[in-house]
Design a protein around this ligand. Structure first.
Ligand SMILES: [Zn+2]
Length: 437
């Protein structure tokens, strides 16, 4: 079948087009702001009139009313835990949902890396938006119709696995889903498959990449043989920084994109572009804020805070949804020409350790140790953190004192390094955990 035989709904931009959807992705900032205000207005109305009981109760309790849309900063935030508590109070699905199991067109769950897995139900508009966001993402990798793209994302009930086929078919890019490398044997199967199929694009977490590398070496193979010159999306905040990214691109010969996003919001998996100026967000469906964790008010651009997302034009409602990720954001123009705000992901708020009033994240340690062999490490469990010194376990033979000095200087807080044997820390099959539990 040639592209000429495809039905209208599969029309695509020309392969040399810069953007999947140029009109939407290069909309003037002022116009995006205007549309966001109108879109949020519609969501506000829906919450009160439909009503969406969970939000309405919270907003009433905060003294807000239907007739007056307050500035975003004045709207209470909602966290994942609030939604889980609502599900317990209003079983089985809570009172916050606007898409029920009877009107859902897609269903799936989160991986539960940060707690109980969450069930997500997408309505038609959610699915349409998810496909649109992910087509933009695939296009941003530089892969085009006729190319193939493989990924090691969880399969089964995991939310993206119930939908990925839709955007691959839509873009005309051949999907090669393999699932996570759960054991060395499975990893070796993936490596052999890729050596045979030679995909043009890859998507995995950095711990998965490390697993593949290790398994390939043990079997006398080199993953660089099929990664060299290809595009890859990696999930690991560290590669948003030039030094670590240049190092890994040199090591494997690929050209990488950083990935991030929010699993609970339909299709909200994001990437940066080749300029690596932060993760591009769809400004035509969402407003992002970075806020003070305590007051909930926006902090100046470039400062750290919690990522808070408000969506509009979807079937699901996310009004001031606090992702509890620590981020910085920017609205400065990106050289690629895509408009809408971008953010840099720095870590999970729950992983942050407060040392004498200074917030330290695993990424701060990763960056500081990057020029010193980038050893594997974990923060000691929170029960062992007493707030006077950052307590860490680092995989090393005899360099603990050196790391302690490097970190104390870089982080400007006392650091206590406990040496542990190389290879002791568990390697994740999906997302790495930098904090011991
Ligand atoms: Zn860009």
């Amino acid at each position: 079948m040639t592209s000429a035989d495809l039905p209208d709904r599969f029309t695509r931009p020309e392969s040399d087009a810069r953007f999947w959807n140029e009109g939407a992705q290069t909309t003037e900032t002022a116009e995006l702001v205007r549309r966001a205000a109108a879109g949020i207005g519609e969501e506000w109305k829906r919450i009160w009139e439909q009503p969406v009981a969970f939000y309405r109760r919270r907003f009433e309790a905060a003294g807000l009313s239907a007739g007056e849309i307050p500035p975003l900063d004045d709207i209470p935030r909602t966290t994942k835990n609030d939604l889980r508590a609502d599900e317990v109070a209003h079983p089985p699905f809570g009172s916050y949902r606007t898409v029920g199991i009877r009107d859902a067109v897609r269903i799936g769950g989160s991986t539960g890396t940060s707690g109980t897995p969450v069930i997500m139900m997408f309505g038609p508009r959610d699915l349409q938006a998810a496909i649109e966001f992910q087509c933009r993402v695939l296009w941003r990798y530089g892969v085009r119709p006729g190319d193939s793209f493989t990924h090691s994302w969880p399969q089964g009930f995991y939310i993206s696995s119930t939908s990925t086929a839709l955007w691959f078919v839509r873009t005309g890019i051949l999907e090669i889903p393999v699932g996570p490398p759960l054991t060395p044997d499975v990893a070796l199967d993936h490596i052999r498959l890729w050596a045979q199929l030679r995909p043009d694009g890859f998507q995995m977490t950095s711990s998965q990449l490390a697993t593949y590398d290790e398994v390939a070496r043990e079997n006398g193979m080199d993953i660089r043989s099929f990664l060299d010159g290809k595009a890859i999306g990696l999930l690991d905040a560290i590669f948003q920084f030039d030094g670590p990214r240049a190092r890994i691109e040199r090591a494997y010969g690929f050209s990488m994109r950083n990935m991030g996003g929010v699993g609970d919001i339909p299709g909200y998996g994001l990437t940066d572009c080749e300029h690596h100026t932060g993760l591009h967000t769809p400004g035509d469906y969402s407003v992002i804020q970075v806020v003070d964790p305590v007051t909930g008010r926006s902090v100046p651009e470039g400062e750290r805070g919690h990522l808070v997302i408000t969506t509009f034009g979807l079937d699901n409602v996310f009004m001031r949804y606090d992702i509890e990720d620590i981020c910085t954001m920017t609205t400065a123009p990106c050289p690629c020409g895509e408009t809408g705000p971008r953010y840099t992901l720095l870590g999970r708020a729950t992983d942050a350790v407060d040392i004498n009033g200074r917030m330290v994240l695993p990424i701060d340690v990763q960056l500081a140790l990057d020029d010193h062999g980038a050893p594997e490490f974990q923060f000691a469990p929170s029960a062992e953190q007493d707030g006077t010194a950052l307590r860490l376990r680092v995989e090393t033979e005899g360099r603990g004192a050196e790391y302690q000095t490097v970190l104390t200087e870089a982080l400007e807080v006392p650091v206590d390094v406990a040496e542990i044997g190389i290879g002791t820390l568990p390697r994740a099959s999906f997302k790495p955990r930098r904090v011991a539990t």
